[in-house]
Design a protein around this ligand. Structure first.
Ligand code: CA
Length: 231
């Protein structure tokens, strides 16, 4: 297997070294950039599999860099994890809306970072189990428009069905309400963000009987995530 290449964009050398050390040990190939300009060159030259982007960088912000990447057709799909010392809710939302696939708040453990990287890389590959949408005993059959929980059919409204299908195709990833509106509702401008909460509630209620409502997790200040692990 060819090792995955990860670009670390971080101006603080000790932090960069620490991350690079952990990643190399985990079998990744590591590229390093200390500012946005270097990062852009590095992306053009190497086209890494994933980027770790610090929020505060000397020449421009990591958020700007991420936005730029997500605007270019060739780098749009490149996964970005933001590293941030900012735990403020507003910033997390701005990071996700700027196109980041996930974020990790400093200080983080190398293990936590690795887990996030692996989850994001798995998703970027388009999912390992493409045939059906499966999470433990919860199975969605998009073609047949059916949902089963431990073999028992679950009845869902059309929006809840779309919401669950979307979540199950993008597991372990946090989506803000506006991202969900965009991806699940298709950017209907007349829908309020609160609407998302209403459908999440209905979806949870429908999954409650077999306990699968636990997969629909609220991420405070950021949005929602589908995860089979406990939040
Ligand atoms: Ca920094």
């Amino acid at each position: 297997m060819v090792s995955k290449q990860i670009l670390i964009v971080e101006d603080e050398k000790p932090i960069r070294d620490m991350i690079a050390f952990g990643l190399r040990r985990a079998g990744f190939e590591v590229l390093e950039a200390q500012d946005c300009a270097t990062a852009r060159c590095c992306v053009a030259d190497h086209f890494p599999d994933l980027m770790l982007v610090d929020w505060m960088l000397p020449d421009s912000s990591g958020l700007e860099l991420t936005r730029w990447m997500k605007k270019q057709s060739d780098t749009r799909e490149m996964p970005v994890i933001m590293l941030t010392a900012r735990a403020e809710e507003e910033d997390k939302i701005r990071g996700l809306e700027g196109g980041a696939d996930d974020y990790v708040t400093k200080p983080f453990s190398p293990r936590e970072l690795l887990a996030r990287i692996n989850a994001v890389l798995r998703r970027a590959k388009g999912g390992d189990d493409e045939g059906g949408l499966v999470a433990e005993g919860l199975v969605v059959d998009p073609a047949g428009h059916r949902v089963r929980a431990d073999g028992v059919e679950v009845s869902l409204g059309p929006t809840e069905f779309r919401l669950l299908s979307f979540f199950m195709a993008h597991q372990e990833r946090v989506y803000s309400r506006s991202q969900l509106l965009d991806r699940v509702w298709g950017g209907n401008v007349y829908v309020e963000e609160r609407t998302v909460d209403v459908h999440i509630r209905r979806l949870r209620k429908a999954l409650e009987q077999k306990g699968y409502d636990r997969f629909i997790q609220t991420v405070r200040g950021a949005g929602y995530r589908f995860s089979t692990q406990t939040g």
